[in-house]
Design a protein around this ligand. Sequence first.
Ligand SMILES: C[S@@+](CC[C@H](N)C(=O)[O-])C[C@H]1O[C@@H](n2cnc3c(N)ncnc32)[C@H](O)[C@@H]1O
Length: 274
Amino acid sequence: MTTSFTPDEYKNFQNFLEQACGIVLGDNKHYLVSSRLSRLMRENSIASLQDLVTQLNRSISAPLRTQVIEAMTTNETLWFRDTYPFEVLTKTIFDEYKKDRKQNVRIWSAACSSGQEPYSISMAADEYAMHNPGFRIDVTATDISQAILSEAREAKYDALALARGLSEERKRRYFSAIGNQWQVNANIRSRVKFRELNLLQSYTALSKFDVIFCRNVLIYFSAASKTDILNRMADALNSRGFLMLGASESIAQYCDRFEMVRASTGVVYRLKAY
Ligand SMILES: C[S@@+](CC[C@H](N)C(=O)[O-])C[C@H]1O[C@@H](n2cnc3c(N)ncnc32)[C@H](O)[C@@H]1O
C-alpha cells in the first residue's frame, strides 16, 4: 500500500477509527496507517484505503473491523508500570479498606493490554496479604482487542517481556518456566477475570468498583470522549472510590467529579464526596 492517501479517503478512515474505538488519528499519520494496515489489506485483496473504509462500513464486515482496530491500537505495557500506582495501592488504598474492614476490594483494569497491569495489581495484593491475612481483592480486566485478551488469559511471557519492570524476586515468586516462556502462577491469575469491552460502550454490566486503573489509553481519545468516559467511570465507582491514570495523563479539564490525592509517591484521583 502507498503512504499517500487522498485527503478524503484519509479523513474517512480517521472518522471510522474514532467512531469505532475512540482513537483520534493525527493528520500526519499516513506512514503509521500504511505500515499497520498494508499486510491486512494485501491478505484481504483490498486495493485502497477508500475500499477498506467502504468495506468497514458494511454491516457484514465485523471480522475486518476487529482486525483493523487491533492493527491500529497500541498495546505497549509493562509490569508495575510507573511504580507509584502500585505503591499508593498498597501503602494508602489497601490500608484504608482494611481499616474499614472491607471484605473484598473490587478493582477494574480498563484497557489491560496483555495482562501486565492486572497481574501486577494481583501480585501487589498478594504481597499485601502476606502481612494482612484475609485481605482480598478481585480484578476485572478489560480491553477492546480479543487477540490481546487471549494473550493476557494465557499469561505466558518471553524473557524480553518479563524483563520490563519485574524484579528477580517477583519473577521467582510469581512465575513458572514453561519451555522458553514464563507463566504467571495460578494463585495470581485466579484473582483476575478478563472480558472484552470497548470503553466507548456501556459499563453497567460490570457493576461497581472501588478502584479503577485507566492508564495510557485516554491519551489517544478526543476531549469529548475523555469527558464521557471519565464521567461514566465516576458512575462505575463506589462512594469515594479511586481512579489511577497514566503518568502523563490528567483529568483537570475533562471531569470535575474527582479530587486529586497527593500520596508521597505520586498523584491519584478520588471520587468527590457529595
Ligand atoms: C498502551 S495500552 C495500555 C495498557 C496498560 N493500561 C498500561 O498502562 O500499561 C492501551 C490499550 O488500550 C486498548 N484500547 C484502545 N482503545 C480501546 C477502547 N476503545 N476500549 C478498550 N480498550 C481500548 C488497546 O487495545 C491497548 O491494549
